[in-house]
Design a protein around this ligand. Structure first.
Ligand SMILES: Cc1ncc(C[n+]2csc(CCOP(=O)(O)OP(=O)(O)O)c2C)c(N)n1
Ligand SMILES: [Mg+2]
Length: 375
């Protein structure tokens, strides 16, 4: 079940894009595939719970669409779209317990929403109004990390803390395919294995690190990297919410029971730009995007629910109403957000004030005074 050793190298460069060797429980056509190893992990997911996962995915896609529009209208400074990665984000975050601690990159805005971060807090960072918008302790979710891969070290450190407290929870780090080439991620893997820390490395292989394709940096599958560090891995269809939920639950159970770290490669695709500042038509073909559209994470659950006779009018209107309400709140909170004064940038930098910070604040306040009375 777990890959403790690396698989055979790919036959040819480029095969990584088309490789289907992963855990899949619902096909793009909406068929349920039996999998004796992973079915038990999602045995509780009946029609109604699958409909809830569907609702989650529709809602976070809507958040993404709304936020992208808000950026285009000048209301947000930047937005990193999650379009296409809904199953990876929902399957993984719904596997977490409240006492588990998640450590995201910048792209996990769907994860943040599910962890209870308010629309206002979600928007604040991307409006450029705060360094980090929410209280990590309140949601057991760290603030977004833009330093590629650094958050994997934080997650391992947190997991080592859990170990020392004798608690039975786990931490989970979100990062991308590109991040696996960073030193920080490699160091995090070493430490996690050395201490058998209760941590899950959740890598969303969305096939691109800005304009660099995964095949450039990875001559073998991403899931082959961690076994070399002594961290077993799972490779899962990242567009299949049920499979992602199953794989993440299996990895978390290993962590809770003292089994140590697990690496998950969720094979997915970034359907939109890297951020709203990026134009992906400069470096990838529309054929590639069209091919991934056929593997859409939401459509396949719709098809599956249809086959079960559960994709009815009631569900559709419930989901639409929720998505509409969340989008409307996001928009009104974003547009109505009071602009913080320039000196607010000195808040929450460190736990306590100190002479260096105070001096910088005073210097900047004096500088701002020079412009008083000007338009
Ligand atoms: C240490 C560091 N190096 C470079 C960058 C610039 N940068 C921002 S996003 C990115 C690509 C990350 O790709 P990946 O890990 O696949 O995540 P994705 O954006 O696809 O979710 C890079 C290189 C950065 N933010 N931090
Ligand atoms: Mg990527």
């Amino acid at each position: 079940m777990l890959r403790a050793t690396v698989s055979k190298p790919d036959a040819a460069e480029g095969d990584i894009l088309g490789d289907e060797a992963y855990i899949q429980l619902i096909t793009p056509e909406g068929e349920r595939v039996e999998n004796p190893a992973f079915d038990p992990a999602v045995a509780d997911i009946d029609k109604s719970k699958l409909a809830d996962l569907y609702e989650d995915m529709v809602v976070i896609r809507r958040i993404d669409t709304e936020a992208t529009a808000l950026q285009r209208q000048g209301q947000l400074a930047l937005w990193p779209p999650l379009l296409g990665q809904e199953a990876s984000q929902i399957g993984s975050v719904r596997a977490l317990r409240d006492d588990d601690y998640a450590v995201p990159s910048y792209r996990e805005n769907g994860v943040a929403f599910i962890r209870g971060v308010s629309a206002e807090d979600l928007m604040r960072t991307w409006k450029g109004y705060a360094h980090g918008s929410w209280d990590p302790q309140l949601h057991n979710l760290a603030i977004p990390n833009v330093i590629i891969g650094a958050q994997t070290l934080h997650a391992v450190g947190y997991a080592m803390g859990i170990q020392r407290d004798g608690a039975k929870s786990a931490s989970l780090a979100y990062f991308g395919d590109g991040a696996t080439s960073q030193g920080d991620v490699n160091e995090a893997l070493v430490f996690s294995a050395a201490y058998q820390a209760p941590v899950v490395f959740f890598c969303q292989n969305n096939h691109w690190a800005i304009s660099e394709p995964v095949r450039l940096q990875a001559k073998r599958q991403i899931a082959d990297r961690s076994p070399g560090f002594g961290v077993p891995s799972l490779r899962v269809d990242g567009n299949d919410v049920l499979a992602v939920l199953a794989a993440t639950r299996v990895a978390l159970e290993r962590a809770y029971s003292g089994g140590g770290p697990t690496f998950i490669e969720a094979v997915t695709y970034r359907m939109g730009p890297h951020t709203t500042s990026d134009d992906p038509t400069k470096y990838r073909t529309s054929d590639e995007v069209a091919e991934w559209k056929t593997k859409d994470p939401i459509t396949r659950v719709e098809k599956h629910l249809e086959k079960l006779g559960a994709f009815d009018e009631k569900l559709q209107s419930r989901v639409k109403a929720k998505a509409d309400a969340v989008a409307a709140e996001l928009r009104s909170k974003c547009i109505g957000m009071p602009k913080p004064g320039p000196l607010s940038m000195f808040e929450n930098v460190q736990v306590e004030d100190n002479p260096v910070l105070e001096r910088q604040r005073a210097q900047y306040a004096a500088y701002l005074e020079m412009f008083e009375g000007e338009e």
